[in-house]
Write a protein that binds this ligand. Structure first.
Ligand code: LR7
Ligand code: MN
Length: 576
């Protein structure tokens, strides 16, 4: 690869249509070679798919070497090589007591070395990859509220031990008004002993992770900001793939694969490289399977960067200047939640890209419930944050959120005018563009005829998911007009959806179930006739009918007979 693969912006027309080569040009150890100088001097180049790439300014890159291998502790502590820690039965009560404090097995964590060894979980091919000999430096920013000592310190040590030292500018800790003794003077003293400059800042009042991160970011001296949660473990070679992608294009926001550190045993469990980030109508972040088209775009190479529609939010690297250019975070978001989707939509819609680098693995302790308080109430806080992002970024699709979660309508969103102005200023694309180009598989349908309740003409009852999960039967209930479980979308693909599930019938006599939407018609295709008001199931040719006597809350399929029980009203002007 060489200069003939790279074109200056003024030559972009010539370049368009040719296969992108900047990635190839920057692969290997060539970036530092004088013959490739122009790679870093052009401002922008057109990459594959005609998307602009903005290579990193060369003057800011640094020479680096791999981190020295750190020998696992020899004194036989539990959990080495990422193994599970089992608590002896006589300590079970202590274990359960301690679990309450952080919602993970603190006793186990405390038994494990803060330097514990892990296995190399990467694909073989990742280990053989060579990265540019010049990369930008990064500051690792870790915010926490009442984090346990050992998980926090292990996060720090795994960062220090497994990052090429010249690239790790510093570690920035932000204490978000913790109340724990060990996060006071003890922590201040401890970080002075670390071999990497480590700074601690504290918020005056509990400000939430979003504003805490903004405080940390303000002090960053490295070129790239890498955010981590306070209970992570970085694995060998985790940093290079993140930084290397940013060198290719400084508008790339890159996440590692987030492996699982068990909340009960602290076992390090490899996560799938075949999932990416999505979201449901409630604006919860969710992992979904990577579709075939993205695998194909990557040429079937599972080590190639994966374009993800959204990110989990806690672990990612971003060029510092780009972080501010793209609007950092929404200051108006409190405590926890929403900022990850907000940033995901913003990055994609405003010209950046969001990726998972499959050769970078970082473990994270996933917990089932949150250990700390949410001043104002969990629901209120999360609704507030999500409503802010819905108002600014979702355009018409915000109604999916409000319909399925009407509680959000009662929470003040506050002033979002600055965020809307940001969207204008950056000339960001529409949410429709995002759905069309970045996330056609989204649970929020691109085109739909109707969103609202589906009422039976004879019984005046409404279809109701009854809160059922995938695999459970569809139900009915008294129409309450409150949205939630009684909100369905009738889409142009002829699905009847509720969140990420679709009405699905495999047999002419039912049952009608809620099944993950597959978007392939089949058992999930229904035709609504607004004149006869029938909902006909294509595969079986049967009509959706009111429940039979017997199970009065389960709608069924019956041969179409024009009876009132087979008439369903989708009020098109159903409004909140
Ligand atoms: O008030 C607070 N102040 C804080 O400093 C609340 C939290 N925090 C800190 C907290 O100590 C932790 O270090 O913020 C970090 C994230 O909070 P967690 O770990 O309690 O929550 P989580 O792991 O469920 O958080 C995920 O979603 C959040 C939404 O706001 C953030 O984006 C987190 O960074 C994100 N974590 C990950 O992406 C890791 C993978 C989880 C998944 C999926
Ligand atoms: Mn976390």
């Amino acid at each position: 690869a060489g200069s003939d693969n790279v074109m200056q912006v003024n030559n972009k027309e010539e370049f368009r249509g040719k296969k992108a080569a900047i990635a190839a040009a920057l692969q290997g150890n060539q970036i530092d070679d004088d013959t490739n100088l122009e790679v870093n001097e052009v401002e922008e180049v057109i990459g594959e798919d005609g998307i602009m790439l903005s290579p990193y300014p060369k003057s800011r890159l640094k020479r680096w070497e791999e981190a020295p291998f750190v020998k696992p502790e020899a004194d036989g502590l539990p959990g080495e090589m990422g193994k599970a820690v089992n608590i002896p039965i006589e300590q079970e009560k202590l274990m359960l007591d301690k679990f309450q404090e952080n919602q993970f097995n603190l006793l186990a964590s405390d038994m494990i070395s803060v330097n514990r060894s892990l296995t190399d979980v990467r694909f073989e091919k990742c280990r053989d990859k060579s990265y540019p000999t010049l990369l930008p430096t990064t500051s690792v920013v870790i915010v926490f509220h009442n984090e346990a000592w050992t998980t926090l310190i292990r996060t720090i040590w795994s960062t220090i031990n497994r990052s090429p030292r010249p690239l790790l500018k510093e570690i920035i800790l932000v204490d978000d008004a913790s109340e724990k003794e060990h996060l006071g003077k003890k922590l201040e003293d401890y970080i002075k002993t670390l071999p990497v400059p480590t700074h601690l800042f504290r918020t005056e009042n509990r400000s939430g992770l979003i504003r805490a991160r903004l405080l940390g970011a303000k002090h960053v001296k490295g070129d790239v900001i890498t955010f981590l949660d306070a209970h992570c473990e970085c694995t060998e070679g985790w940093l290079e793939p993140l930084l290397a992608r940013i060198v290719e294009d400084r508008t790339t926001v890159v996440c590692p694969i987030i492996d699982v550190i068990s909340d009960t045993t602290f076992e390090y469990i490899q996560a799938s490289d075949m999932t990416w980030g999505g979201f449901n109508w409630k604006l919860n972040f969710r992992w979904y399977r990577v579709p075939e088209r993205e695998m194909a775009r990557r040429g079937g190479d599972r080590t190639a960067p994966l374009r993800t529609p959204t990110m989990a939010g806690g672990l990612f690297a971003i060029d510092k200047d780009y972080f501010y250019q793209i609007g950092s975070y929404d200051q108006g978001m409190d405590i926890w939640g929403g900022e990850n989707l907000e940033m995901s939509f913003r990055v994609w819609m405003c010209g950046g890209r969001l990726e998972i680098a499959p050769c970078s693995h970082v473990g994270h302790v996933f917990r089932k419930t949150t250990p700390y308080s949410f001043p104002g109430g969990t629901g209120r806080v999360v609704n507030h944050n999500n409503a802010r992002l819905a108002e600014v970024w979702l355009d018409d699709w915000k109604h999916f959120y409000y319909n399925i979660n009407p509680g959000a309508l009662n929470v003040p969103v506050g002033d979002v005018s600055e965020r809307k102005a940001l969207r204008e200023r950056l000339k960001c694309k529409s949410f429709r563009w995002y759905l069309e180009n970045i996330y056609p598989e989204s649970q929020m349908p691109l085109d739909y005829y109707y969103l609202g309740e589906i009422r039976n003409s004879e019984t005046s009852n409404c279809l109701d998911t009854l809160g059922g999960k995938a695999g459970q039967p569809l139900g009915m209930g008294y129409c309450h007009g409150m949205g939630g479980n009684q909100v369905f979308a009738y889409t142009k693909r002829k699905q009847i959806m509720s969140d990420d599930n679709c009405l699905d019938a495999a047999h002419p006599r039912g049952p009608i179930k809620l099944i993950r939407c597959h978007g392939m018609r089949g058992n999930q295709e229904w035709t609504y006739d607004s004149k006869t008001r029938t909902i006909k199931h294509t595969n079986t040719g049967m009509c959706l009918d009111k429940p039979e006597t017997g199970d009065v809350w389960k709608p069924v399929l019956r041969p179409c007979n024009r009876s009132r029980g087979q008439q369903w009203l989708m009020q098109v002007d159903f409004k909140w």
